[in-house]
Write a protein that binds this ligand. Structure first.
Ligand code: NAD
Length: 297
């Protein structure tokens, strides 16, 4: 049993913390939202009055927060409050530069603190079912210590490299996802104009060189893949707002690293228009309706 402080008990952090309780750890949680704290208490965690109080006796600290500014603010407050040798893991999806700054905060503090960026994919369903994929960045010793704990919240844990490499893997993967979903959606819209049925395009492309996850698992038209959100009114799934967040993080990283990502930029722009048109809460595959609307003449 390990004493784990869990800060950020929202849609993702709440069920992740609950899985750590189920695995037999002593979990001390903290969140600014009283409702999230109440749920975590009902799931078996104890709740502290502040982040500083939550981490005081912890061997491992996990943060699951909205964005880089929240992570840096919380880590700045807790690095001086933790025990020497504590392992700090941030599972939020944040920009690579902030992730690296968070590692620096831990290293500069002294006390042999260990740190890891470990964002996830798999969504709320994966958080509840403990089937998340973790992409981790940090020293090998920090990863070795974190892996058994992350495995209790997920099915796959990959060490991607040094500080920030987990966030880098996450945004590169999700940039592929955003671009490929738009590509698949455009192909279906073109097929409609050409009189080709959805099923015929699916039957060919799903077994030919157009094959990809956006087509075979998350097909943006109803019919060919019964479990895809298109069959359920485009309820998420993976909300367009989160896709847009990740595409913007990819663009920030491209700008600061000097990478050229023209399709990533276009995907960010399209998802930004889609979200601004009131579809933030729709599944990201709903972009097909937006594209179809734009191509109507
Ligand atoms: P959420 O908004 O439901 O939860 C974030 C929680 O952080 C909230 O409960 C909020 O009260 C709390 N919080 C904010 N500032 C705080 C502070 N200073 N101290 C303590 N608590 C604070 O968000 P979520 O959906 O759980 O997502 C969390 C992270 O996981 C995000 O970075 C998101 O991009 C990432 N993510 C989400 C999904 C998803 O499907 N929801 C999937 C993969 C990754």
């Amino acid at each position: 049993m390990t004493t784990i402080a869990f800060i950020g008990l929202g849609h993702m952090g709440g069920p992740m913390a609950a899985n750590l309780v189920k695995a037999g750890h002593q979990v001390v949680g903290f969140d600014l939202s009283p409702a999230s704290c109440d749920q975590a208490r009902a799931d078996g965690a104890s709740i502290a009055g502040s982040a500083g109080e939550a981490v005081r006796d912890a061997d491992v600290v996990i943060t699951m927060l909205p964005a880089g500014k929240h992570v840096l603010s919380v880590w700045t407050g807790i690095v001086s409050a933790v025990k020497p040798g504590t392992l700090l893991i941030d599972c939020s999806t944040i920009d690579v530069d902030s992730a690296r700054r968070a590692h620096s905060l831990a290293q500069e503090q002294g006390g042999n603190l260990q740190s890891l960026d470990a964002p996830v994919s798999g969504g709320v369903g994966g958080a509840k079912a403990a089937t998340l994929t973790f992409m981790a960045g940090g020293a090998p010793e920090a990863f070795a210590r974190a892996e058994p704990i992350l495995s209790q919240m997920g099915k796959k844990v990959v060490h991607c490299g040094d500080a920030g490499a987990g966030q880098a893997a996450k945004i590169c993967n999700n940039m592929i996802l955003g671009i490929s979903m738009i590509g698949v959606a455009e192909a279906f819209v073109l097929a409609e104009k050409l009189g080709l049925s959805h099923q015929a395009l699916f039957d060919v492309a799903s077994t030919a060189s157009g094959q990809c996850w956006s087509l075979t698992t998350y097909c943006p038209v109803p019919g060919p893949v019964p479990a895809s959100p298109a069959n359920n009114g485009y309820k998420p799934g993976f909300a367009a707002a989160l896709m847009l967040k990740d595409l913007r993080l990819a663009q920030e990283a491209a700008l600061s690293s000097g990478a050229t990502t023209p399709l990533g930029a276009e995907a960010a722009q399209l998802y930004s228009l889609f979200a601004a048109a009131g579809h933030e809460g729709d599944d990201f595959s709903g972009i097909i309706n937006f594209i179809r609307g734009q191509t109507k003449t």
